[in-house]
Design a protein around this ligand. Sequence first.
Ligand SMILES: [Zn+2]
Length: 320
Amino acid sequence: MIRSLTVTATLVVTGLLIALAVRPGNAEDTKLNPLNPEETRVIVNKGTEMPFTGEFHASKEKGTYICKRCDAPLYTSESKFDSGCGWPSFDDEIPGAVKRLPDPDGRRTEIECAKCGGHLGHVFLGEGFTKKDTRHCVNSISMKFVPAAMASAAVDGAPVNTERAIFAGGCFWGVEYHFLRAPGVVSTTVGYIGGKTENPTYKDICYKDTGHAEALEVVYDPAKTNFETMAKLFFETHDPTQLNRQGPDIGDQYRSAVFYANDEQKAITEKLITKLTLKGLNVVTQVVPATKFWPAEDYHQEYYEKKGSEPYCHAYTKRF
Ligand SMILES: [Zn+2]
């Protein structure tokens, strides 16, 4: 994955690799729950449930709404509001959880689960319901609800009380390699974050000034691990003293950064950086709030697992 702006041959080779890569869909990579015919009509065939008939249109309980098909967390009850439209309404999604696409009707914007592509509903802007001026109009049947009180319990045997962390530390293949092997990690997704371009592609990241960093989204089970353990692993599997590069990969897309989800993650990250600084490391890692995370193309996901090889510039180094 060594790249240079000036070597067009790299582009050709990259294109070849992309063309040759096995491209299983996200849906095939993800363990999917079986669906009944009505769920299939809505989630797979992009149907719509009748208004005021769904399980969640009026619910106000605290908790998390997760994808019916793949269990990915989609919305929290904090963003839910009563629009009176007969479907559950949310004014924001969990960062990176929802993909927006033009609806074939040419007017509306369809929303899908970013992880499995399951149809959720549509998103509408500019209606003035809440400060965020956004209404995700979601079919109840596309979701399951995990009450906050039950967050530590498991639904269908799957850990549902998950937390997320997003790390950028050079080529995302290598970062993912190490987190896939870490105890307590439920899932990992490589992608792009921190820039301005919507729906960025890998080529955009390499050859355009998108501002995005290659990054890894880690979903972990806080009953088995914690953010500090994840962040330590991050600092120990890349070189946090290299500015806008990691080994042979040069460019701000390879910058070292922690995209924190909350004040606790921020404080823990800063504490670890202080520890490393006291050990004499000139840490250049950025500590910035998480923005929208854009999952990368399928062929980048679990790249080394598919290839059966090991990272070229992400070795483990004990630092704590
Ligand atoms: Zn899903």
